[in-house]
Structures are given as C-alpha cells and as structure tokens.
Design a protein around this ligand. Structure first.
Ligand SMILES: [Cu+2]
Length: 211
C-alpha cells in the first residue's frame, strides 16, 4: 500500500517537475527571443521611493537610421480634468489626436518651441483636434481653462524607448548593434546618462539612479 502511494506520488512529482521545466524553458526562450542580429538593453532604475518611478521613460538618444512615424495617430484625452496619458512618448512626425471626454470645455496649448507654441483652441466633448510633432524634444501640454492640467509629449528620434515599471525595471528590445547613449526622463528627478554597447543576441544591463 505504502509503495503504491509512493509510486503515485513520484509520478505526480515528475509530471509536475516536467511542467515547471517546460514553463521555465518557454519563459526563458521568450525573454531572449530577439530577432537575429539584434540585441537588448535591460535595466533597473533606483529611487528613494517607488512612487518616484511613475511615468519614467528610458530612451536612446540617437540610432543611425531614419524612422518613419506610424500612420496611426496617437491619442491624448482630457478626462476628469486630467490629460491621459500624463506622459506620451512618440516618434518625430507622429500626429496626436487631442480629445475631450469631459462635460466642460478644455483647451490645449504648449508654451514650448518643440510643439511650435501651438494653441489648438478650446472645445467641447466629442470634438477632436490634432497636432503633428515635428521637432525633437519634450513639450509640456497645458489647458488654459484649468491651470492644474499638465502633460508631456516626448518627441523621440527612434522607437527604442520603454516605460519603467513599478519595480523600476525596463527593457528595450530588438536593437541594432552599436554604441548608444541611454537617457532617462522623469518629470521631477534626473539620472545620469549611460553609455552602452549593444551586440547581437546579448543583453546589456544598465542601472540608473533617480536624484
Ligand atoms: Cu481643461
């Protein structure tokens, strides 16, 4: 009786073990499934408090190539008196549709040259006004009806950017080989730039510290 139980136990155990092995193998494979000849940057951002990491972006300043903006428009909504998303990264040349989902009038303007000091005017729910970001840099977007409303558009040269997650981790995948300057953007805090060399099928690790 005992040995019978033991056999069942052992069999269950090996099946379980095999299942765990399969899942692990698949995950590992997935994590490093870069396209051939491309590499990856993986990293962490340290912050005194985890909440400081919110809306942090990591991007590569310049990648030798030209990158066409997507034909699809990006969207920035105004809902509950807030711009959503608070931070919008995009490739230069991308058009953003600004919406209004509130029952009150909102305005959209930018005091920054990156956004040509645009003022899209003031409009009600249901209407959409668009703007194409053709200059690299960071544009703050404001509403002159509600002075607390603020958002940022990060106009980037290439699609190699990533949001930092709540644990401070990020990864930028499928990068061509080369030497790059990796930058971090956060509304309030700064971090020193990092220099990395990306090689095919390898993951480079970088670490930032918010100060
Ligand atoms: Cu407003």
């Amino acid at each position: 009786m005992f040995s019978n139980n033991m056999r069942v136990y052992r069999k269950t155990f090996s099946i379980l073990f095999f299942a765990i092995f399969l899942v692990t193998a698949c995950t590992a494979h997935h994590a490093f499934a870069e396209e051939k000849g491309l590499g990856r940057i993986q990293g962490t951002v340290k912050a005194k408090k985890a909440k400081y990491l919110r809306n942090t972006l990591v991007y590569i300043e310049n990648v030798t190539n030209t990158f066409d903006p997507p034909k699809e428009h990006a969207v920035m909504d105004q809902k509950n008196m807030t711009f959503i998303p608070h931070v919008l990264p995009l490739i230069k040349g991308t058009t953003v549709d600004f919406l209004n989902s509130d029952m009150v009038q909102h305005n959209v303007y930018s005091p920054d040259a990156v956004a040509d000091n645009v003022n899209l005017g003031t409009w009600l729910k249901g209407e959409v006004r668009s703007f194409t970001f053709n200059k690299l840099g960071i544009a703050s977007m404001l509403c002159n009806v509600h002075v607390d409303m603020l958002a940022y558009v990060l106009v980037l040269q290439n699609p190699y950017f990533a949001r930092v997650n709540n644990d401070g981790n990020f990864s930028i995948t499928n990068l061509p080989e080369g030497k790059y300057i990796v930058k971090l953007w956060n509304e309030r805090y700064k971090a020193e730039n990092r220099q990395v060399e990306v090689k095919a099928n390898v993951s480079v690790t970088v670490e930032f510290e918010l100060k």
